[in-house]
Design a protein around this ligand. Structure first.
Ligand code: ZN
Length: 135
């Protein structure tokens, strides 16, 4: 697999309006993008910390994945994303290694990245996203 770096950490929050000013004021980070990902029923806000980003996730629908996550577990770390090259091959290799895939094929995530999720039951409880910058 060999990721090049941690692309981002996804954090589920109830309200971007509350969480963005917190990250800006307390950590001195600048929110450089807010984007809605309609098929994930989520609104995202991004901050850069070195090569890694913080992705805040606010649900736009209580039935969406982030809405359900917050209802069950409350706010907090939702997933970790590794940057990889050649995502298609990496997914196939992971499947051959017995890793349960949520996405068998890459799909479009925020910021135009190609992404795919590995099931947390296969990754010691951490919902793991693989992402690849579009070529
Ligand atoms: Zn993500």
């Amino acid at each position: 697999m060999k990721p090049t770096h941690i692309e981002h950490i996804g954090i589920a929050v109830k309200s971007l309006d509350e969480a963005i000013p917190f990250y800006e004021k307390v950590f001195g980070l600048k929110c450089y993008a807010v984007e809605e990902v309609a098929d994930q029923k989520v609104k995202t806000a991004f901050f850069k910390v070195g090569d890694t980003k913080i992705e805040l996730l606010e649900s736009t629908d209580s039935e969406g994945p982030i809405g359900k996550f917050i209802e069950k577990k409350g706010e907090g770390i939702h997933h970790m994303a590794f940057a990889v090259e050649d995502l298609d091959t990496k997914l196939k290799t992971a499947e051959e290694q017995g890793v349960r895939l949520i996405d068998k094929q890459p799909r479009k995530g925020a910021e135009g990245l190609n992404i795919a999720f590995l099931h947390p039951k296969s990754t010691f409880g951490v919902l793991t996203e693989l992402c690849e910058a579009p070529k």
